[in-house]
Write a protein that binds this ligand. Structure first.
Ligand code: ME8
Length: 523
């Protein structure tokens, strides 16, 4: 078994259906986990839903249902989204599960045993939309002078008895941790923001609520506290431990904690890089290795909202363009860590140019020629005459550049290197004109087709984490055994002979990425 790699997404608020931001995060996480598996890591992906808190309670009340009814209904939509987008998660956690209550209470007890919790009164601003407390100094003025959170959401003045966590005691330790672990917060701009925030001094954090009861009950020496439920972020963050079976001393926990990467959006970096590591330090648990705050996805440059009427169901996008083109577009177009914009035209343009015309066409014309001109017979190729220069270009892109960039989460750069190798292959086809060699030099034609076959196999395996189902269909057509479809296999030579030994000719190819036609009027 490979070296463990534990990746988590944020857990989503199931107060509505999944939106494009949720899909984006799930797709990025799935690309990472598939890539890690492809290079031989024993990778584990966890996702789920964050079901407690005032936001859920209020939404349920508004709809005339109970919070758990709302969570049950919406969590199913999040699971369906994962299935539809081909997300290969190992665990889907729901924070209303009993095992999660157990884990959250244990974390609480540890923080209490460490002397970090005390009872006091909270007086200050709270944003239900963000489920976050804000200092007066952080607020911004909205229309008509209304006070808004820095995220632009409404805030309300809140006064209630509350447990506090001694966050103020952790500022120095957090800063030391950031300094010693430069990759702890990525991208770098987020690290600088967070370091500045912590350098400004931390106030103790209110970690329980008494004005509603939809949450994990605060534990006491003799049972649950009747009045206090945990602040939703205390229990939400604990999900990363719950999914490993903690607090039981499980094999999963020993193998996969600390997490290698918490993948989250830029709006919740503070919770993951200030509160969460402080809770873990207080509980005597190791800190995750890295937190990456990705950017926001915008619809034609605008945030999606009900009032603008531009909310897009990610599953409609997947149905319209195909799951793999949508995945490819998001990973290719949006520089990871920055905001990005999408539109039907942008998806069609990108996917037509790169997937249909470049990669798809390369596969289609090569496999058609093997099928038509060689009867699909691979064994006849004069493999020793392969064009090493082209294969070296492809090898550099697929074995070095793409893996290096993907490991650093630079997906656009990794795909760019891959695309350049696809261009090189197409230029090679044009230059060699194997169709013309059929009559003049059939041996040479076979060597050219063999070279292209090898190149396509490498290119397809390398891009498979981004476009898994299409890549697997192409690899099926090439006859590559399922257990040899990993980037880790690319340097091995014996697969080709194994393929030839099956004696199975290649069939007529099926186009990998048909062109996307969009109707300008409905775009
Ligand atoms: O924040 N583009 O849940 P959530 C890209 N429950 N990403 C986006 C986005 C957009 N337009 N909008 C949201 C929560 N996201 C908490 C997390 S984790 C212990 C608790 C991202 O449903 C957002 O940044 O509001 C977050 O990472 C994820 O979607 C879930 O957001």
């Amino acid at each position: 078994m490979g070296e463990p790699y534990y990746l988590t997404t944020a857990i989503s608020y199931p107060n509505g259906r999944p939106h494009i931001g949720h899909a984006y995060e799930a797709i990025a996480a799935d690309t990472i986990v598939r890539f890690m598996r492809s290079i031989g890591r024993d990778a584990r992906l966890q996702t789920g839903t964050d079901e407690h808190g005032l936001k859920m309670a209020q939404k349920a009340r508004e709809l005339g249902v109970t919070p758990i009814e709302l969570a049950d209904e919406m969590a199913q939509h999040f699971k369906d989204m994962c299935a539809a987008l081909h997300i290969e998660h190992d665990v889907f956690i729901r924070t209303s599960e009993p095992r999660h209550h157990t884990a959250s209470k244990e974390l609480w007890r540890r923080m209490e045993a460490n002397g970090d919790l005390y009872l006091d009164r909270y007086e200050g601003w709270y944003s239900v939309r963000d489920e976050a407390y804000y200092d007066e100094s952080e607020l911004v003025a909205g229309e008509g002078g209304a006070k808004l959170s820095p995220q632009g959401t409404p805030v309300e003045w809140t006064v209630e008895e509350s447990w506090f966590f001694r966050l103020s005691n952790y500022a120095d330790r957090l800063l030391a941790h950031y300094a010693e672990n430069p990759d702890f917060i990525r991208p770098e701009t987020r690290r600088n923001e967070i370091a500045r925030f912590v350098e400004g001094g931390l106030r103790d954090l209110s970690v329980s609520r008494t004005s509603f009861d939809w949450g994990v009950k605060v534990p006491t020496a003799d049972g649950d506290d009747d009045a206090h439920v945990m602040y939703v972020w205390v229990d939400a963050l604990t999900n990363y431990l719950t999914g490993l079976g903690w607090p039981d001393d499980t094999e999963e926990f020993r193998r996969f904690w600390p997490a290698d990467l918490h993948l989250i959006g830029k709006d919740i970096v503070r919770f993951h890089t200030v509160y969460w590591p402080a809770f873990l330090m207080s509980s005597g648990l190791p800190l995750p290795r890295s937190v990456f705050g990705h950017g926001f996805l915008l619809n034609r440059g605008q945030k999606e909202s009900k009032s603008l009427g531009n909310v897009t169901d990610p599953l409609d996008l997947a149905a319209r363009f195909g799951v793999d083109p949508l995945r490819y577009f998001l990973m290719r177009e949006v520089v990871f860590g920055q905001d990005g914009s999408y539109s039907p035209e942008a998806i069609a343009t990108r996917c037509n140019a790169e997937l249909a015309n470049s990669y798809g066409n390369l596969v289609q014309r090569t496999l058609s020629m093997i099928f038509k001109n060689c009867g699909g017979e691979l064994g006849l190729f004069a493999s020793t005459d392969a064009d090493d220069t082209l294969l070296a270009t492809v090898a550099a892109a697929t074995r070095d550049d793409l893996p290096r960039e993907f490991a650093a989460l630079n997906f656009t750069a990794g795909i760019d290197a891959w695309m350049r190798a696809v261009f090189a292959c197409n230029a090679y086809v044009d230059e060699q004109a194997p169709w013309a060699l059929r009559k003049t030099d059939p041996e040479r034609m076979r060597a050219v087709l063999y070279t292209l076959f090898m190149a396509i196999r490498d290119l397809t395996i390398a891009i498979a984490p981004v476009v898994p189902s299409t890549a697997h269909k192409v690899l099926d057509q090439l006859g590559i055994p399922v257990d040899q479809r990993h980037i880790a296999n690319l340097g091995q030579a014996d697969w080709y002979m194994a393929r030839v030994a099956t004696g199975e000719p290649l069939g007529a190819p099926v186009p990998a990425f048909p062109r996307i036609e969009i109707d300008a009027e409905v775009a």
